[in-house]
Design a binder for this molecule. Structure first.
Ligand SMILES: [Zn+2]
Length: 167
């Protein structure tokens, strides 16, 4: 049936072969191609296919990856057990976990989490060091200002705190 519609629109828009004329507009027919999941599983994509909203035919890799790790029947079971509002998040989580598992068969996404946690710890240590240096510099600056104003008693206490921080 799609063929006849396409043929009709072609006959309507047959224009003389002038190269300057714009190409005929594409017919607004809805392309009922199966979702990526059904295409890979070689099955008919039913109207209420549970996978279709999350595995569009434009992104076949998403389903290939998730299918390889979890298996199609498990993916379908997971989605059917969830309310529709949570299914999109579940799918992106499964795709993320599956691709991490393929990259790192031993640790999967736990490996990525450990790596990021290590980075967080290192950055927190760097931040603490920088903050300590900042406090030191502020103390030195305050000390400089106070000695310029001739207040020897206060500046000597600050010098004491600085030297204690340095040691
Ligand atoms: Zn489908």
């Amino acid at each position: 049936m799609d063929h006849t519609e396409a043929a009709n629109s072609n006959t309507n828009s047959t224009s003389p072969s002038s190269s300057s004329s714009p190409p005929p507009p594409l017919p607004p027919a809805v392309v009922l191609s199966p979702c990526a999941a059904c295409k890979i599983l070689r099955r008919r994509c039913a109207e209420k296919c549970v996978l279709a909203p999350y595995f569009p035919p434009t992104e076949p890799a998403k389903f290939t990856i998730a299918h390889r790790v979890f298996g199609a029947s498990n993916i379908i079971k997971f989605l059917q057990e969830l309310p529709e509002s949570q299914r999109a998040d579940a799918v992106s989580s499964m795709v993320y976990e599956a691709s991490a598992r393929i990259r790192d068969p031993v640790y999967g996404c736990a490996g990525a989490i450990c790596h990021l946690q290590k980075q967080v710890n290192e950055l927190q240590a760097q931040l603490a060091k920088a903050q300590a240096e900042l406090v030191n510099m502020q103390c030195q600056q305050a000390n400089l200002g106070l000695t310029l104003h001739g207040n020897g008693t206060i500046s000597s206490t600050i010098v004491g705190t600085i030297s204690r921080q340095l040691h």
